[in-house]
Design a binder for this molecule. Structure first.
Ligand code: PEP
Ligand code: MN
Length: 343
C-alpha cells in the first residue's frame, strides 16, 4: 500500500506511522518528496487495513499498489532510478554503451577487443568468465584467470566491467574483480541466486529469461531489490519464439513496457537478441528509439577466432561505425551519451 501524508506532516508523524507498520510485521518504506512524504507498507494488505492508518490526521490517502511487483514499480517510485556501474550512469537522461567480447579468452585477446570497444565509444566492458553454455562440450569460460584479466584490462583502460555470475558461491570472488554482476537469461528465475546478489550492493544487470514474461522479469528484479540491493538494470535480450531466422526475437515491446511500469533502467542486448552481426546495428538504433537507457554489445577483435558467439560479434570497425551512426538517434531521443571521463 502507498500512504500519502499531508503536506503538514512532520518527520515525527512519518516515524510514528512507520513504527506501526513495522510492528505489525509489514515492510515499511520511507520516501520523502519535495511536496509530500509518501510511505509504503509491503506485505499482507489485510493487516494494514486492521491498523486503520486512514484515521491518522496526517494521512491524506492510502492506495493499493496494483502490480504484483512493488519495489520496482513506478507506482511506488514515479521517477527514473539511475544505477551506476563504476562511474557510468544508466537511467534518467543518460545513454550508456557496454561493449566487449562474449567470453574473456586470453589477456591479449581481451585487451584487443576491449580496447576496440572503448575506442568506438563503449564506457563499460563486458565479457564472460563463467559461461552458461548449452552444450557441456563448449568452452565454459576461463573462471578466475578470466576475472583477473578483466580486472587488469578494466584498470588499464579506466572503464568498469561486468561479468556473469552463475553460482552464488562465486559472488565474493567476482565482486573483488569487476564492478557489476550479470544474471544471465538462463538464471533469471534462479531465486536463490537473485536473493544472493540482492544481499550485495553491487549493480546487477538482470537479463530477461528466454521464455520469461515481462511480469516474471519484473518479479525477478523485485527479488533482488527486496533482498536489499536497489541497483538493478533490466536487460531485454530477446525471447524464444517460433521464428528461426534469427537466434531470438528481440522484444522491444518489453523495453517500452518495462520503462512505463518500472523506474529501473532498461538496456538492450541486440547481439543475443538477433544472433546475427549485421542486424546488431539496426536493432541498436531501434533500442534507442524505443527508450532504452543503454545497450550491451558483443565486439571481438577477431570474431572468426572467438570461442563463443563469433557470428554475432561486431568487428572493431563495424562497432566504431555503428557508434557514429548512433549519435543522431541518441540526440533525437533526448538522451546524452555517456562519454569516457578523462583520467
Ligand atoms: C552473454 O551475455 O554472453 C549471455 C550468455 O547472455 P544471455 O544470458 O542473455 O544468453
Ligand atoms: Mn554471448
Amino acid at each position: 500500500m502507498i500512504i500519502v501524508l499531508s503536506a503538514e506532516a512532520s518527520k515525527q508523524d512519518a516515524d510514528e506511522i512507520l513504527a506501526k507498520i513495522e510492528n505489525a510485521g509489514l515492510k515499511p518504506l520511507y520516501m520523502p518528496g519535495t511536496e509530500r512524504t509518501v510511505l509504503g507498507a509491503l506485505g499482507d494488505e489485510r493487516i494494514l487495513q486492521g491498523l486503520n492508518i486512514t484515521a491518522h490526521p496526517m494521512v491524506e490517502d492510502v492506495k493499493p499498489i496494483l502490480s504484483n511487483y512493488k519495489l520496482v514499480s513506478r507506482e511506488l517510485y514515479p521517477a527514473d532510478s539511475v544505477v551506476s556501474i563504476g562511474n557510468v550512469p544508466f537511467g534518467g537522461q543518460h545513454f550508456s554503451i557496454i561493449g566487449g567480447p562474449c567470453a574473456v579468452e586470453t589477456l591479449d585477446s581481451f585487451r584487443a577487443s576491449a580496447t576496440a570497444a572503448v575506442k568506438g565509444g563503449a564506457v563499460a566492458l563486458r565479457g564472460g568468465a563463467f559461461k552458461p553454455r548449452t552444450s557441456p562440450y563448449s568452452f565454459q569460460g576461463g573462471g578466475l584467470d578470466a576475472l583477473k584479466v578483466m580486472q587488469q584490462v578494466s584498470k588499464e583502460l579506466g572503464v568498469p566491467a561486468v561479468t556473469e555470475v552463475m553460482d552464488a558461491a562465486d559472488i565474493d570472488i567476482i565482486v573483488q574483480h569487476v564492478d557489476a554482476l550479470q544474471i544471465g537469461a538462463r538464471n533469471m528465475q534462479n531465486f536463490n541466486l537473485l536473493k544472493a546478489v540482492g544481499r550485495t550492493m553491487t549493480p546487477v544487470i538482470l537479463k530477461r529469461g528466454i521464455a520469461a514474461t515481462i511480469e516474471e522479469t519484473l518479479l525477478a528484479a523485485e527479488y533482488v531489490v527486496d533482498s536489499g540491493n536497489p541497483n538493478v538494470i533490466l536487460c531485454e535480450r530477446g525471447i524464444r519464439t517460433f521464428e528461426t531466422a534469427t537466434r531470438n526475437t528481440l522484444d522491444l515491446n518489453a523495453v517500452a513496457f518495462m520503462k512505463k511500469r518500472s523506474h529501473l533502467p532498461v538496456i538492450v542486448d541486440p547481439s543475443h537478441g538477433t544472433g546475427i552481426r549485421d542486424l546488431v546495428g539496426p536493432l541498436t538504433k531501434a533500442a534507442v528509439a524505443v527508450g532504452a537507457d543503454g545497450v550491451i554489445v558483443e565486439v571481438h577483435h577477431e570474431p572468426k577466432e572467438a570461442l563463443s558467439d563469433g557470428k554475432q560479434s561486431l568487428y572493431p570497425e563495424q562497432f566504431s561505425q555503428l557508434m557514429l551512426e548512433l549519435e543522431p538517434f541518441i540526440k533525437a531521443a533526448g538522451r546524452q551519451v555517456t562519454q569516457l571521463k578523462a583520467a
